[in-house]
Design a protein around this ligand. Sequence first.
Ligand code: G3I
Length: 449
Amino acid sequence: MSVKNNGATRFFLFLMLLLSAGLLASCDDDDDPSTSSGQADDDDAVDDDASDDDAVGDDDTIGDDDTIGDDDTIDDDTADDDIADDDTTDDDTADDDAADDDTGDDDTDTCLKPNADCTLAETAAEAGFFVGAALPGSTDPGLTVVPTHFNSVTAENAMKWGSLCPLLEQCDYAEADALMDFAAANNLRVRGHALVWGKIPGHGHPGDLETLVNQAPDPYTFLQQAIDDHVRTTVSRYAGRVESWDVVNEPLAAIGSGFEGNIFYRTMGPDYIDTAFLAAHEADPNARLFLNEYFMAYEGPKIEAFLALLEELVDRGVPIDGAGIQGHVYVTEPEMSRLSDFLVAINDLGLDVELTELDMAKNALWDDMLAGRELFDAQADAYDIFATACLSAPACTGLTTWGIDDSHTWLDNVLPFEWFAPNLPLLLDTELEPKPAYFTIRERIAEFN
Ligand code: G3I
């Protein structure tokens, strides 16, 4: 695997990622003047210092046995063998639109042989593995090829709390329902994303939530009830149809080892995580429940904090089944040698893991190779690192790309990535044709099964 790399590139990328994280998190930076509940009052400012009291895994900060400590142990059965059975993919569709021109009709061929004439969806289904795409919306042109290439889908935005309910008391499930109908019609597994997310009011959560919390006589109780209502309503609505949920998204600060100081954490401390998981578990005991997080590196304080948080949740009996690990990286970025160790460490806690948001963008230093094969080949190597890490872990149940094809990616609409558009970060090109990374992942799935 020869992902090109050099010091200047890595420094540049680090700056870009920091800037991006800062932009996305900007709504969370201010102190909450009206926090009145006891637990989080001291934590208004998120401190990135790994050694301070905000560190995840610090008993003073999380692990309040009085709050959880019940009998809701992890349900190992929910992470079992019924994942990605062979019925997941619509074989008729996949056969007709097979990615390879030389696709054969020999039914004795297994997709798990090297260079088999199978789509990624067929290969994944046969391997009992999920390969997914985030769906931008129910009318996106890319939907036409999704059942051919993927056996799992996630709503990129439609199922976020703030998308369902731009205002707390003003909810509309039509777009989410439409995507669920699309998934059902095509036998696609659904990862629900994301029930509770502290970023981007109006998208990650209702635009008026913070104001309402701050105006409430008892902000802690108000927010706890709001989370509980929302999670129960949404998970119940899609019970039996959403196989796994990102219950809480991005609870940690961008860097360092602290929690992100969003409205949830400032008001309830880490109790908000427990509240969300308990409500989700009661609303659909069979759904696998995930904590989803992004990382700028797969080693260091944030990794340690995340593992400590997972361990605390497991120890407290919070009904968590797995961890979602995002992967928004540059093609040229990864020193990913520790990714594999990280995934195994999560499995060692008795939890499943999935790679939930993969995209491998080009960057400014690749301008002269825009859309060229050289970029796509390097991109295939970068995807290979993630796919190999997942497939070689004991319980990594799938990977999802954050979009369908290169004609639509969030990266092209958000600074600083927008400056370098088109970022071309996905498995299908702008003509909806498979790129080298697609075939690399397909071969890797076959190799590991
Ligand atoms: O719908 C409005 C539209 O009416 C308006 O004209 C337009 C103007 O900018 O904005 C549209 O909303 C945008 C929405 O995407 C739908 O396109 C929001 O501004 C924009 O903030 C939103 O961005 C999404 C972002 O999460 C925030 O919800 C991205 O598409 C989505 O890819 C991104 O996904 C996140 C994951 O959920 C969590 N991990 C990181 C990942 C990337 O940031």
